[in-house]
Design a protein around this ligand. Structure first.
Ligand code: TRP
Ligand code: ZN
Length: 861
């Protein structure tokens, strides 16, 4: 490492030196010589005779101060210092950039021939010199000049002007009347198919909606359009928030580092998060697209109208917007299923992040590369923290808080504290202790003990909270704990003698609490931390009988699922501890599994979740040293046992139902349970060949993939042929091929690693495309533990090689895929040393990016 990058600290925040009210931008597009002219007036906030602007990889052409060429400046590594300037002045800067050579997918770049931008977090500085920080808010006027082979020249806001120019060129001018920080700037130029529709807001304004997709993809755009209209309607109904411009555009591009970006009035999306039709997209894809379209739309208020003061406050907009998109999905679909999804994300990814070297509070205090902090902690735990406020204040109180937040801060760049203060003030609630959630990191644990006193007919709950040893906060947190007590018949007991908040919520503010419930006739079964009311680990010695009671009777379907998960986890633990992969299933577990099929819940999608075993990553969180091989075998063993136990039920269900090909919740649920059935049946002696073939030739992608993944997982004789056929059928559609790459990467055989390596030269594969990399290598490292953690270290080597290559090409993507290597300390000595060797080798790269430096440094030191 040449020079150690310096971390920025939240504690060192300084307001900007100058204000900029308005910026005029002109882009003259060309692949290697795009000219960008920026004009803006600066007003000093304090007496200062110089300015420092951000700028990276820019070629300076001209610099004028108040109309005069200005030569008194110094170029810095990541900016420019302009000396001898007055208190207020007009700046004009012309720079040149080369979008075609920009492979970082940040700033202005070419995606398959179309120009597009990505400015969050700090990409605007790759476009021109400016205050590239979220607390400098300005209105933008943008003129885009390009060849007519790019018929669409787009930027934020409303179109002002357009016209022809010489030499086959034309221009369009856009104006965005709302002040915004530079990270929300966007520009797109290209040739697209356009889907157009409209939305009439509750106050009667008509908004034009446009979705731009690659030529030939128009038939895959309607689902995103419907999702957008549903989002607009929902935000009016639930949050009383209306859209503010006359036009809303979404552009789908193939080369994109993340899911999507909320640029004002001009969202740019990863095409994987827009395009869908029945033949190419799974039911899961449909769901994800709807929620991401919603997420970006909801940012218009939570992110754009009110934005972040600095990037340490990222969760202000992301935690809140994830909470909003989760509520959107829950109001439109199944609340229980969405909760299961959200909790799975927390337990599988966030708990692991919180226990690893990159652990940080939802409001980080120390950052080297901001791109490294778009994390499950900031997003998903951030949303859980917002959800806890919602739980404590109730829907009405929460909405009052939102209203006050907008009254106070519309048009401003603010902090997480400002948000909590609005919630507290609007409801006259003291949330000072609650604010610790923004500073604390590591997953807190709730230790629960219960005592039943038959004579006094009381039931006592003792709850103690403890914190991870490296956690900077040792004071107790403010924790809402939802509980339900079930009687012997499975009926909920009326809770008496204890103070409750909004429903069944106990409030913890001390390190230890004792709650005593009165008039309890017999020893009840406690449902604790119902609906995951706080992002904590729960330590309570549930008996198997209690768990099966909860799985059958809890009011909340989420709680039933959770009880099943604990049962599976205990079962797998027993197998791992016994080092016997041929043990018998707990009778409590087998009887509850059978009873689930004897008395099926109305929602069959929930049933499919009930019978799903927790994945490797979730389970491995329970071990200091992850027993890779034993754990993989125990999961396999349990899955086989479940399959054998449920065989007659699964066959009956499978043969009694049909995939209608429809998209209703019921159709989707039937497909989910049919696929789960096939997955299990493929493990048994039952001959599933005909079913596999039938599903594989289906025109519905969910059904088709269900066959392929079942066949592959069971190493069925048909799987190779099915995979080959899929390749032939779909190699014209790269997004569909991503599903195929991902399947290849999950193959349980020892050949998998060679298959993955050989796929680098598949005609559809491209290392510079993040979707391809994530599908093939991301899936291999995250979802194929047995093969990734091969004792010979070849899995680690594969990942190390790729990261070394991506370090230069696309540092942001390189840094995303390194995660599985960072937690090397949790593995046995052999694996640990081989993982560490890859990190050390990467650390020695001479031009290591800041992104990788920060993670590797934290992991090794
Ligand atoms: N703000 C975006 C969202 O949450 C995500 C985002 C952050 C992003 N940085 C990015 C997207 C870089 C693409 C590239 O919706
Ligand atoms: Zn977001």
């Amino acid at each position: 490492m040449t020079q150690k990058p310096q971390a920025k600290l939240l504690a060192n925040y300084q307001p900007p030196s100058h204000q900029v009210e308005h910026i005029d931008l002109v882009f003259d597009l060309s692949p290697q010589h795009t000219r960008v002219t920026a004009k803006y007036n600066l007003i000093a906030n304090n007496e200062q005779s110089y300015i420092e602007l951000d700028g990276v990889d820019l070629k300076l052409i001209t610099l004028k101060v108040d109309g005069q060429v200005h030569t008194d400046y110094t170029l810095l590594v990541d900016g420019i210092k302009i000396n001898s300037v007055p208190q207020t002045f007009a700046l004009e800067i012309e720079t040149e950039i080369a979008p075609e050579l920009n492979t970082s997918l940040e700033g202005l770049y070419l995606s398959d021939g179309a120009y597009c931008t990505q400015c969050e977090a700090e990409g605007f500085r790759k476009i021109t010199y400016f205050f590239d920080r979220p607390d400098v808010l300005a209105t933008y006027k943008v003129t885009v000049i390009g060849d007519k082979e790019f018929p669409f020249l787009l930027s934020n806001g409303n179109q002002l002007d357009a016209g022809e120019l010489e030499e086959g060129r034309h221009f369009v001018t856009w104006e965005d009347p709302y002040k915004k920080p530079s990270y929300l700037f966007a520009l797109v130029a290209g040739d697209f198919d356009k889907l157009e529709d409209k939305f009439v807001t509750k106050s009667g304004r008509e908004v034009k909606l446009q979705i731009f997709v690659d030529k030939g993809n128009l038939s895959k755009a309607p689902h995103a359009m419907t999702s957008l209209q549903k989002s607009m309607k929902w935000d009016e109904e639930r949050f009383n928030l209306e859209y503010d411009l006359d036009i809303y555009m979404i552009v789908a591009v193939d080369f994109f580092n993340m899911g999507a970006m909320e640029n004002k009035g001009l969202n740019i999306f990863n095409s994987a998060c827009v395009l869908a039709n029945q033949e190419t997209a799974t039911d899961r894809d449909y769901h994800v697209i709807e929620s991401i379209v919603g997420h970006e739309y909801f940012h218009n208020w939570t992110g754009n109208r009110v934005t972040c003061r600095d990037w340490f406050q990222l969760s202000l907009k992301e935690g809140l917007t994830v909470f909003r998109d989760q509520e959107f999905s829950s109001d439109l679909g199944s609340r229980a299923l969405n909760r299961i999804d959200a909790v799975n994300a927390m337990r599988t990814h966030q708990f692991a992040e919180d226990a690893g070297p990159m652990a940080h509070p939802i409001r980080p205090e120390e950052v080297i590369e901001m791109n490294n902090f778009y994390t499950v902690t900031v997003y998903n735990k951030g949303a859980e923290v917002i959800r806890m406020m919602h739980t404590l204040l109730g829907e009405q109180g929460f909405q009052k808080g939102m209203q006050l937040y907008f009254e106070r801060h519309d048009g401003q760049a603010v902090t997480c504290d400002d948000f909590v203060n609005a919630m507290a003030d609007a409801t006259q609630t003291d949330l000072n202790q609650f604010k610790l959630w923004y500073r604390q990191f590591g997953t807190p644990t709730l230790h629960v003990e219960t005592y039943y006193d038959a004579e006094a007919r009381t039931y006592q709950l003792d709850i103690k909270q403890t914190h991870a040893t490296n956690d900077p906060i040792s004071e107790p947190l403010h924790v809402p704990v939802a509980v339900e007590l079930l009687d012997e018949q499975g009926q909920p007991i009326v809770l008496e003698g204890v103070q409750l908040k909004h429903g069944r919520v106990l409030e913890l503010t001390e390190e230890a609490h004792r709650f005593v419930f009165h008039n309890v006739e017999s020893e009840p079964t406690p449902v604790l931390l119902e609906d995951f009311s706080a992002p904590c680990l729960l330590e309570y010695r549930y008996s198997l009988a209690q768990l099966s009671h909860i799985a059958k009777y809890a009011t909340s379907y989420y709680a039933r699922w959770e009880a099943m998960q604990i049962l599976f986890t205990q079962q797998i633990r027993t197998y791992v501890n016994a080092e016997a992969q041929n043990g018998n299933m707990f009778s409590e577990l087998s009887s509850v599994l059978v009873s689930l099929f004897e008395h099926k819940p109305d929602d069959l999608a929930i049933l499919a979740e009930y019978i799903s075993v927790p994945n490797f990553d979730t389970l491995s969180g329970g071990y200091d040293v992850v027993p890779v091989d034993a754990l993989c075998q125990a999961i396999k063993h349990l899955e086989l046992q479940i399959a054998q136990l449920l065989e007659p039920y699964l066959i009956a269900f499978y043969t009694d139902t049909k995939d209608s090909g429809g998209l209703s919740a019921e159709d989707v649920a039937i497909r989910a349970l049919r696929n789960k059935s096939l997955y299990y049946l493929a493990l048994t002696q039952v001959d599933v060949s005909a079913w596999l073939c039938e599903q594989a030739s289906s025109l519905n992608m969910t059904t088709k993939l269900g066959a392929l993944s079942s066949a592959l997982n069971a190493q069925h004789a048909l799987s190779d042929a099915m995979m080959q056929e899929f390749d032939v059928q779909w190699n014209h559609d790269l997004l569909v091929m991503d599903k195929w790459f991902a399947l290849q990467a999950t193959s349980p055989t020892d050949k998998c690693i060679d298959v993955v390596l050989s796929l680098y030269s598949h005609p559809c594969f491209d290392k510079s495309n993040p979707n391809r990399v994530r599908a093939l290598v991301g899936t291999f490292t995250r979802s194929n533990p047995q093969q990734f953690h091969r004792p010979d270290g070849k899995g680690y080597e594969l990942l190390g090689d790729l990261i070394a290559e991506l370090n230069e090409l696309n540092p942001q993507n390189a840094s995303r895929i390194i995660t599985p290597l960072l937690s090397f300390k949790r593995f046995d000595e052999n694996r640990q040393s081989k993982m560490r060797a890859q990190l050390e080798r990467l650390a020695a790269i001479s031009n290591l990016s800041d992104d990788l430096y920060e993670k590797i440094d934290r992991a090794l030191n």
